[in-house]
Design a protein around this ligand. Structure first.
Ligand code: GLC
Length: 728
């Protein structure tokens, strides 16, 4: 008996066991299948409409549907398999729940508790291919052999590969194939487990504790698969250009004077600085949307003064709201029913302010109210908002699953709580007429369109420098481009050498912020010795040269879904040596960073998939493995041969567009897109920007085509800077 029930308006209804499912072709390279009745999504930026041109037929005696590059077979069991350009690339496996009891005696000894959930909905996939993505999860780039759990978690201990959950839940991963990769997005907000070839060496299992199956599959090259997913859920919003500069934070700069000292010391040390963050101590008793008058008197005029010096101030705003009468945010929230409830009563737990309540962000009414609070707060003169503790974290035991978070239970909303808080905050910026600049710790698929993110509370250790490269690539391959880490490490004490290594390895991180916890050694670049200050300055100055290229990539990411930072496999899919390369990272197509990852390291092996040139001295390296110098004074930065990269002039301290643009050319025929706007504000959304295409031929003749002319351009001079000796 055929599993297909009907095909109507491009939607195929089919039977799988007792249940009815539907299947849609959302593009010539992507399908969605879901249990009937499923409608809403927290992730999707714009709901796709199913193609009406689906053909139904038979292939090898089974029901098949054809559209674009895909043919989808619906087997009698209701399981699917897919061919891309006639190559079999995807096959579901029968699913059996993998629930098992945890070992209580192991837990008693303090081992991490095993997962004891009951999984009710899931599916299996045949797989032997490398697996990438799944957001911020720890462990290697290729996730095969591991299992992970999506349940946003704040573990205040040094994270390592044994952690199955971290702060974010991004249920998207890609199975890599040279001819065709398959991206899988399981749009389910309940606790979800991913077993990548661990229990079953030939397969993947994805299972959730609730909801229904709603799966999107994308087919094509790895970059295309990620880009199509990214466009579906919305990639990172374009940050203001100052947000690509060097940022400084500390839990907590205690008062206005201390912040001014930081700014002054950066200046004295001749290190560019674009923003300082205010951690929880700026508030009056940790109450959101308040400022401690004693520590920060006349905040508005102070912010004006600091802004005039070119420094942006970004305050933290936490999820928990202090439960205290005479605190307007609490009282107002109570009066409009804006907080989470348990059995009809407002739910309380404990966070930094002590007894706290939590905005019911699933309610659009609560989000609207919050966005107004944000807009008012921004009017004081703040440039961004740092959203934290929004897993949501709670100090007095976990929040019960039954708590009502705005019409839905905590079990369903937990993984999107940070997403919804970010959305409300983002809305506040639009209300205030500002380009949104939001940083969030917790996230779900599609949160990037509201907020950038960092990897949370890392540690001042070399382990965490090593961990950051695959972790940031995991985020990047999950549609998240404005990402970074706490440079120098959050917990623990940094040393001179560690800080330098952290900063070097973070050179490409779009979010470049030094941050550390209270009770740790001061970690500002000038807090150590002159050598450390000089080295940090060199790194930051190099970083400032890269800002035009970074901004171009972030613009293109937002428009097309391309990734900004990338593992090598993204750019070199035919090269088997980079399938699980965890120690090098690329920025766009052109730049490669191979940072030192161990104390005392003077040399390291670097793999170049093609010819690369040392950024600083023009030395050329052919494809293959090379031993390179990586002493403390070396930044192992390389430029691909035959490329053109828009850069700022050497030595600039400015994140704004300058009058000059430098095109770094490494010989051969090459091209680059370049984006120019006001660097801040919302005008670019109305087309107020210029987009250029630069093309250069073998002889070095440059042609400039303006693809979009939406403003008066600022460049007075565009120079070609030739790197390498191949033309000499
Ligand atoms: C959390 C954040 C950290 C912040 C601290 C105090 O641990 O992850 O960045 O400094 O809270 O607000």
């Amino acid at each position: 008996m055929s599993a297909i029930v009907q095909l109507e308006n491009g939607i195929t209804t089919f039977r799988r066991g007792e249940k009815l499912f539907q299947l849609e072709f959302i593009s010539p390279t992507a399908i969605r299948f879901y249990e009937t009745g499923r409608k809403e999504s927290y992730a999707i930026a714009k709901a796709p409409s199913p193609s009406q041109e689906v053909r139904r037929g038979e292939e090898e005696g089974e029901n098949a549907l054809f559209f674009g590059d895909l043919s989808v077979h619906i087997h009698k069991s209701g399981l699917l398999s897919v061919r891309y350009k006639n190559i079999p690339v995807f096959r579901e496996k029968p699913y059996q729940a993998q629930n098992k009891e945890s070992d209580l005696s192991a837990e008693k000894e303090g081992h991490l508790a095993k997962d004891k959930e009951t999984y009710t909905v899931g599916f299996g996939i045949e797989n032997n291919r490398p697996v990438y993505g799944l957001g911020d999860k720890a462990g290697p780039l290729d996730k095969r052999g591991y299992d992970f759990i999506n349940w946003n978690s704040d573990y205040p201990i040094p994270h390592n590969e044994a952690f199955k959950s971290l702060y974010k839940s991004i249920p998207f991963f890609s199975m890599f194939g040279e001819a065709c990769s398959v991206g899988v997005f399981v749009d389910n907000t309940f606790k979800t487990r991913f077993d990548f070839n661990k229990q079953d060496k030939d397969g993947i299992v994805v299972e959730s504790c609730g909801g229904v199956l709603d799966v999107y599959l994308f087919f094509g090259s790895l970059p295309n698969v990620i880009a199509e997913y990214t466009r579906l859920v919305g990639g990172s919003a374009l940050p203001p250009r100052w947000a690509l500069g060097a940022q400084q934070s500390r839990w907590s700069y205690g008062d206005a004077q201390e912040v001014e000292e930081v700014i002054a010391k950066y200046k004295e040390s001749d290190i560019p600085l674009s923003a300082v963050y205010l951690d929880i101590a700026y508030m009056d008793e940790f109450k959101d949307f308040t400022v401690d008058e004693k520590r920060f008197p006349n905040i508005s005029s102070w912010l004006k003064k600091v802004n005039q010096e070119g420094i942006h101030i970004v305050p933290i705003i936490d999820a928990g709201v202090k439960a205290e009468t005479v605190y307007p945010v609490y009282e107002e929230g109570l009066s409009i029913n804006a907080f989470c409830k348990d059995n009809g009563e407002v739910y309380h737990n404990e966070v930094w302010p002590g007894d706290s309540v939590f905005p019911a962000f699933n309610s659009s009414y609560t989000r609207l109210w919050w966005s107004e609070r944000v807009a008012d707060f921004l009017d004081l003169g703040f440039s961004g908002v740092w959203n934290d503790m929004n897993e949501p974290a709670s100090f007095n035991g976990p929040i019960p699953n039954s708590v009502d978070m705005g019409g839905k239970t905590h079990a369903e909303i937990h993984n999107v709580y940070g997403h919804l808080m970010s959305e409300a905050t983002y809305l506040g910026f639009l209300k205030a007429g500002k380009r949104p600049y939001v940083i969030t710790r917790a996230a779900y698929a599609g949160s990037a369109k509201f907020a950038g993110t960092w990897t949370g509370d890392n540690y001042s250790s070399y382990d965490h420098i090593r961990m950051m490269l695959p972790q940031l690539c995991g985020l990047s391959l999950s549609g998240y481009s404005y990402v970074g880490v706490d440079i120098g490490g959050f917990s623990g004490d940094a040393t001179c050498e560690l800080l330098v290594r952290f900063a070097q390895a973070s050179l490409f991180n779009p979010f470049f912020r030094n941050h550390s916890a209270c009770d740790t050694r001061s970690q500002e670049p000038y807090a150590f010795d002159e050598e450390t200050t000089r080295r940090y300055r060199d790194i930051v100055l190099t970083r400032y040269e890269l800002i035009p290229y970074l901004y171009d990539l972030l613009f293109l990411h937002q428009k097309t879904g391309i990734s900004v930072i990338r593992p090598l496999i993204y750019n070199f899919p035919k090269d088997p040596n980079v399938v699980n390369e965890n120690t090098e990272i690329m920025l766009g197509d052109n730049l490669l960073l191979a940072p030192a990852l161990f104390p005392g390291q003077a040399k390291r092996s670097v793999y170049f998939p093609c010819g690369f040139i040392n950024y600083f001295n023009g030395m050329r390296y052919g494809p293959g493995y090379h031993l390179i110098d990586c002493g403390l004074d070396e930044i192992p930065l390389f430029v691909k041969e035959g490329s053109l990269t828009p850069l700022a002039n050497k030595g600039t301290h400015d994140t704004d567009f300058g009058k000059e643009l430098r095109l770094l050319w490494t010989g051969g025929k090459a091209f680059a897109y370049h984006y120019e706007d006001e660097g801040d504000g919302l005008g670019y959304l109305n087309g107020e920007y210029n987009l250029y295409l630069f093309e250069i031929d073998e002889e070095g003749h440059l042609t400039i085509t303006t693809l979009n002319e939406g403003m008066v351009g600022k460049y007075e001079k565009i120079t070609v800077d030739h790197l390498g000796n191949d033309l000499e």
